[in-house]
Design a protein around this ligand. Structure first.
Ligand SMILES: CCCCCCCCCCCCC/C=C/[C@@H](O)[C@H](CO)NC(=O)CCCCCCCCCCCCCCC
Ligand SMILES: Nc1ncnc2c1ncn2[C@@H]1O[C@H](COP(=O)(O)OP(=O)(O)OP(=O)(O)O)[C@@H](O)[C@H]1O
Ligand SMILES: [Ca+2]
Length: 483
């Protein structure tokens, strides 16, 4: 059809562009393909128009991809990855002249292994069709590959990791799609595909999670111990429920009313630059992220501290007690379930993470904390919740002796709640330790050392757009055109 348009109406070239539309929420805009036809009195003038348009598109968006490697997880979310890609995304790539090599995965970790081992020459970026788990595979593959190529030992917490040269595009087709929501503002495959087409670039902080006896992991969204670890572990038993498994497991785990002992040590970030309670939001063009100085961390000190965190007590803050949950997030973690996220003022690319400590409390208090994630009410304005902007975190479990001592002296978090007020409903016994939820993957260990690496990844995105700044269809961007 496009071909016949081209032959019969050469004097009526079609220009495609992006138009913005409001989404249902306060932030985030949907992008749609707009088209406009104009008339040209002569072929010569039409050719001039086309040449000039092509040149200006190239100049204004130098990162537009030509060739993409696409991984589709056919089992993510509601199992619609393949359909979403072929019906909504592939036609846009074709229109924009992007060629793609598509791999529908047949097993978990296939995408990661491919990125670690196979030839990637000629690709400008990698597209992930799936959820946060699939994104995590791609993130591990690309970061691992970049370190291999640079000859860097990624397990060494003192080294500066090398960013990957390939951008990642996320086409949301998972259960939570937190990374997509927190970087684009909407869960919409067409919007995400158009951000890829125009070659947007959004840097992203990555948290390296070092464990003594297990391989290094990376996290960009939630690294959570306690409640979120337990919810994930429980939800794996109910995968067949699809996205609903999290609500079901969340309720079950909530009813178990667990808390866990822990020692949390952290290096605070510079409080002059920003604060997790400053009520700002990291939006497209964020000034905090663009001012980020990635050279500021003292790496020598970090490595010493990994070996023995008490070496430099002036930099490390240490707290100990019983926690409902300990969460570390490099971004807001906004998602449809929690539109402002776990830490609404967190920044995508400022080189810091937000450490949220929810001390043990009564069941109603914890419910209040959880419920506030669904509204604009401040979830940090509760006496048993603390939040700190940090550069590194170390978590360990006190020995039983230490734990007894801690209970005797009465820690800030004080009164011990009963182990479980509905014990037996979801668990046969309550465990002394939880697991970590690392972006939706279970880490069955307790002791971790985490370091935030600023802007280690780049996405085809531009951060959440503020609806107040961009009215519907006000600013448009050329995507492509057909003559
Ligand atoms: C009363 C309503 C409370 C609603 C509380 C909503 C809190 C939602 C916070 C979501 C934070 C998501 C962070 C993203 C993490 C991703 O890297 C990861 C991989 O996709 N997703 C999960 O681990 C998936 C984690 C999903 C956690 C869902 C927790 C649901 C809790 C429900 C508790 C209900 C209590 C009812 C009591 C009667
Ligand atoms: N072909 C496959 N078969 C089985 N598992 C796969 C396959 N391809 C990828 N996976 C794994 O499936 C896991 C979940 O996928 P994905 O993240 O896409 O969906 P989800 O879990 O429903 O969504 P979310 O992570 O957003 O909650 C990923 O950890 C990934 O490693
Ligand atoms: Ca950050």
């Amino acid at each position: 059809m496009q071909q016949s348009t081209r032959l019969s109406f050469w004097h009526l070239p079609l220009v495609f562009y992006v138009k913005r539309c409001r989404s249902g929420g306060t932030y985030g805009l949907l992008w749609r393909l707009g088209r406009t036809q104009f008339s040209c009195p002569s072929r010569v003038l039409k050719d001039q128009w086309i040449t000039n348009l092509r040149t200006s598109v190239k100049t204004h968006s130098p990162r537009r991809p030509n060739r993409l490697l696409v991984f589709i997880n056919p089992f993510g979310g509601k199992k619609k990855g393949r359909k979403i890609y072929h019906s909504l995304v592939a036609p846009l790539f074709e229109l924009a002249g992007i060629s793609s090599h598509v791999i529908v995965t047949e097993r978990a970790n296939q995408a990661r292994d491919h990125l670690l081992k196979k030839d990637l020459i000629g690709f400008d970026g990698v597209v992930c069709v799936g959820g946060d788990g699939m994104f995590s595979e791609i993130l591990h593959g690309l970061i691992g590959r970049a370190q291999q190529e640079a000859g860097i030992c990624e397990n060494d917490p003192s080294v500066t990791l090398q960013p990957s040269s390939l951008h990642i595009g996320i086409i949301p087709a998972g259960s939570t799609d937190c990374v997509c929501y927190a970087t684009v503002g909407v869960i919409d495959p067409v919007t995400s595909a158009l951000h890829i087409v125009v070659g947007d670039s959004q840097p992203l902080d990555v948290c390296a999670v070092h464990q003594a006896s297990a391989p290094l992991r990376y996290s960009v969204s939630l690294l959570g111990y306690g409640f979120y670890g337990d919810v994930l572990a429980e939800s794996e038993k109910h995968r067949w429920m699809g996205p609903l498994r999290y609500d079901f497991s969340g309720t079950m785990v909530y009813l178990c009313n667990r808390s866990y002992a822990g020692i949390v040590q952290y290096i605070p970030a510079d409080p002059v630059l920003s604060s997790p309670r400053d009520r700002t939001r990291c939006l497209s063009g964020c000034s905090v992220c663009s001012r980020t100085d990635l050279t500021g961390t003292s790496f020598v000190r970090l490595v010493c501290l990994f070996a023995s965190p008490l070496t430099f007590p002036d930099e490390w803050v240490s707290v100990e007690g019983r926690f409902r949950c300990v969460s570390l997030t490099c971004m807001s973690c906004a998602c449809p379930r929690s539109p402002l996220g776990l830490s609404p003022s967190a920044h995508l690319a400022d080189g810091t993470g937000d450490l949220i400590l929810v001390w043990d409390t009564n069941p109603l208090g914890f419910l209040k904390y959880l419920y506030r994630h669904t509204s604009a009410q401040d979830q940090f304005d509760l006496p048993f919740v603390e939040v700190h902007r940090v550069k590194a975190v170390r978590f360990s479990v006190p020995s039983s002796k230490e734990e007894e001592d801690c209970e005797e002296i009465g820690e800030p978090n004080k009164q011990k709640t009963p182990d479980s007020f509905l014990c037996g409903l979801c668990c046969s016994k309550s465990s002394a330790v939880s697991v970590w939820n690392c972006d939706g993957e279970i880490l069955p260990i307790t002791e971790v050392f985490c370091r935030i690496h600023g802007q280690l990844l780049h996405l085809y995105a531009r951060g959440i757009e503020d609806q107040a700044l961009h009215g519907c269809s006000v600013e448009n961007e050329a995507t492509s055109y057909i003559n």
